[in-house]
Design a protein around this ligand. Structure first.
Ligand code: AMP
Length: 147
């Protein structure tokens, strides 16, 4: 068991805390914005990863991004939901972390992002590390008796 007081917590592996890719809701680059909105609404998540058929990470798509991309000058152009592809709207400027890294390297990113996408050493999507799972681990250690 790691100790919070020794600073070992920072050495915990990302792999140990992340949600593995098979449990992460995602969409594919070529999906329509309508499909992405459906997945986001049904899953209840604010943003989800965008992958290609080879499981490589391309970006993130969120409900605000989708709404912004169908916003016309005078009305919301709902018909664009069917026409536009996820890759036209997604945010590609996202932090990526490696599953072999330690928590230390991800903390500063988690200040600004509710979750981070994790890639393996070959650049394939491996899962996500959420701010919640980091805080849960911290809470566990903070409540552990000192010794
Ligand atoms: P949470 O910490 O569980 O509230 O999750 C924070 C954010 O991480 C969510 O709003 C989603 O954007 C993302 N997220 C968490 N779990 C998943 C999952 N299983 N699949 C896709 N995205 C997730």
């Amino acid at each position: 068991m790691f100790s919070l007081y020794s600073g070992e917590f920072l050495q915990v592996s990302i792999k140990d805390l992340m949600i593995p890719s098979e449990r992460v809701a995602h969409v594919q680059v070529g999906n329509s914005l309508e499909h992405a909105l459906l997945v986001l609404t049904k899953s209840g998540y604010t943003a989800i990863p965008v992958l290609d058929p080879h499981y490589r990470l391309h970006g993130l798509i969120s409900t605000p991004i989708i709404m912004d991309s169908i916003l016309g000058l005078e009305r919301i152009e709902f018909e664009l939901l069917e026409e536009k592809r996820v890759e036209e709207a997604m945010n590609t400027d996202i932090p990526r972390i490696n599953s072999g890294s330690t928590i230390q390297s991800s903390i500063s990113h988690l200040v600004d992002h509710p979750f981070l996408c994790v890639e393996d050493s070959n650049g394939y999507f491996d899962g996500i590390l959420t701010r919640r799972s980091l805080l849960q681990e911290l809470e566990k250690l903070a409540n552990q008796p000192k010794g």
